[in-house]
Design a protein around this ligand. Structure first.
Ligand SMILES: [Zn+2]
Length: 446
C-alpha cells in the first residue's frame, strides 16, 4: 500500500518501475564494455535512457518524507532488475536545487552505500576482492600480505596515523577514495564518489585498476552536479563519507574472528573533484594552482626555486575557510594525501608547456621547421614543424586533435614568449612527446 500523497502515485510507480528496468538493463548491458565507473556516469548523462537514471535517483531521494519510503522505492526498482547485492544504504539528509519547473531547494535523503556493509557483503560473497586475492580462511596469507604492505608503506608515508595507532596492522586493509566529476554531453557534470582497495584482488603485483571497474571501485554515491545546492549538498555527502572512513579506522568491521579495518591512505581524482570534495581553493584554473606547494614557477630548477623551499610546501593552508570535510579521517588533514591525477598535472598541466616549448626551441635552433630559405616567419617554421609531426602521426598511426601550429595557436604573443598550448587536447601532449622522443633520437648525432 502506498501512503497518501506519495509522489509515486500508483500509475507513476508502474511507469517508473518500467523505466528503472530499462535503465538498469542498459546500464548493466553497457557495463561490459565500459572501462570505468566514471565513464558510465558520463554516458549516463548522454543517453536518453540513462538521463532518466539520474532523474530517477532524484525522484527516489525526493520521496524522503520518511526514510522508509526512500529505502523502499529504491530497493523496489533494483530488485526488479535482479542485480542486487545486499549492501545497506545510509541515507544522508541534505538539500538539492531543483531547476524545473521553477527554481527551488528541496530537502531530500540522498542514498549512499554503507562502507561497513560493503565489507560484510564482500567478506561473505567474494572475500578475494577484500583480501588481495585470498580466501577468508587463508588468514595467514592475507595477514602476511597486509603486514608486508604496511612495512613497505612506512617508507612512503611515515607520518600516517596508523603507525602510531598500535593496532594489529595485519588486519588493516589500505584503501583510497576516488572521485570523478565527469562531463557528458552538453557539459552536464555528474559526480561519482567511490573507494578502492590499494591491493588488487589479482594480488599486489598488478595495478589496483586491473579488471572491470565494478570489481575495483566500490561506490559510495553519485549525483548529478546540477542538483548541487551550492557547496552544501556535496559537503553533506562527504561529511557522511568522512564519518564512515573514520569509523572504518577506529572501529573496523567484525569478519569471522577478525576485526578488519579499512585504512584510508589518500584521496585521488581529477582536480575539479579534489577541489570540490576537499574544499581546496587551489586548482589548475585558480590563482594558486598547487595544493602541495605555494611556489609558482614550476619551470625553475635552480636550488632555490620557490616550490623547493620547505616553507612553501605546502605553504599556507590550501583549504577554504570551512575546511576539508575529510580532516576528521585519521591522516585526512594533510594536503599531501590529496593526489592530483596525471592528466591535469602532466597532459594539460606542465607537460603541454614542456612539449610546446620543445617544439618552439627546436624551431629556433633550426632543427625543426626550416626549409633552408632565409626569410621564414616564425609562423612558417611552426607550420613546417607541424607537417613533420603529422607525417609521424601518419606513419605511426597516431591520432592528433592538433590541426595546425602557429604562434597564436600555441598561445605565444611574441617569438620570445613561452608557449602554453599545442592547440589540441590532453591526449596530444603524449603524442607530441613521443614524436619529439623519436625525432631527437633521429638527429642525436648533432
Ligand atoms: Zn606544487
Amino acid at each position: 500500500m502506498l501512503p497518501e500523497g506519495d509522489p509515486f502515485a500508483k500509475e507513476d510507480l508502474q511507469q517508473d518501475d518500467e523505466q528503472a528496468l530499462e535503465i538498469l538493463d542498459d546500464y548493466f548491458a553497457g557495463a561490459e564494455s565500459a572501462k570505468r565507473t566514471a565513464r558510465i556516469a558520463q554516458i549516463a548523462l548522454g543517453s536518453r535512457h540513462n538521463r532518466r537514471a539520474g532523474e530517477l535517483l532524484l525522484r527516489i531521494a525526493s520521496t524522503g518524507r520518511t526514510k522508509t519510503n526512500v529505502d523502499r522505492n529504491l530497493r523496489r526498482c533494483i530488485h526488479k532488475a535482479g542485480v542486487t547485492m545486499p549492501v545497506d544504504f545510509v541515507l544522508v539528509p541534505t538539500t538539492v536545487q531543483i531547476l524545473k519547473p521553477k527554481l527551488r531547494i528541496d530537502n531530500v535523503f540522498w542514498p549512499t552505500l554503507s562502507m561497513k556493509s560493503w565489507v560484510s557483503v564482500l567478506a561473505e560473497s567474494c572475500p578475494q576482492v577484500l583480501l588481495g586475492g585470498f580466501r577468508l580462511e587463508e588468514s595467514e596469507k592475507w595477514r602476511n600480505l597486509f603486514g608486508w604492505f604496511w612495512d613497505r608503506f612506512e617508507g612512503v608515508d611515515r607520518g600516517h596515523p596508523i603507525y602510531e595507532f598500535g593496532c594489529d596492522r595485519t588486519c588493516c586493509i589500505p584503501i583510497m577514495v576516488h572521485g570523478d566529476e565527469g562531463r557528458g554531453l552538453r557539459s552536464q557534470a555528474f559526480m561519482v564518489e567511490s573507494w578502492q582497495f590499494v591491493i588488487s584482488h589479482l594480488g599486489p603485483f598488478t595495478t589496483n585498476t586491473s579488471g572491470h571497474s565494478f570489481t575495483s571501485r566500490l561506490l559510495f554515491t553519485c549525483i548529478s552536479s546540477k542538483l548541487f545546492d551550492g557547496e552544501k549538498t556535496l559537503r553533506d555527502l562527504n561529511d557522511e563519507f568522512a564519518k564512515q572512513l573514520r569509523s572504518m579506522f577506529f572501529e573496523g568491521v567484525q569478519v569471522g574472528n577478525h576485526v578488519i579495518r579499512l585504512i584510508w591512505i589518500a584521496t585521488k581524482g581529477d582536480w575539479p573533484f579534489l577541489r570540490k570534495a576537499c574544499s581546496l581553493f587551489t586548482g589548475f584554473t585558480s590563482l594558486r594552482i598547487c595544493h602541495l606547494c605555494s611556489g609558482q614557477d614550476w619551470w625553475r630548477y635552480d636550488s632555490d626555486a620557490p616550490w623547493k623551499l620547505a616553507e612553501n610546501r605546502p605553504g599556507e593552508s590550501p583549504f577554504k575557510p570551512e575546511g576539508n570535510p575529510f580532516a576528521i579521517v585519521p591522516g585526512g588533514d594533510s594536503p599531501n594525501r590529496i593526489r592530483p591525477d596525471m592528466v591535469h598535472t602532466f597532459h594539460i598541466g606542465f607537460g603541454v608547456d614542456l612539449a610546446a616549448s620543445f617544439v618552439v626551441w627546436l624551431c629556433k635552433l633550426g632543427k625543426l621547421g626550416s626549409n633552408g630559405r632565409p626569410r621564414q616567419s616564425f609562423d612558417d617554421k611552426l607550420s613546417l614543424a607541424y607537417s613533420t609531426f603529422r607525417e609521424y602521426c601518419h606513419i605511426h598511426k597516431r591520432f592528433t586533435a592538433c590541426d595546425h601550429w602557429s604562434m597564436k595557436k600555441l598561445g605565444m604573443t611574441s617569438t620570445n614568449d613561452f608557449p602554453t598550448s599545442l592547440g589540441g587536447k590532453g591526449h596530444d601532449t603524449g603524442v607530441v612527446c613521443r614524436w619529439l622522443d623519436s625525432f631527437l633520437r633521429s638527429i642525436a648525432s648533432w
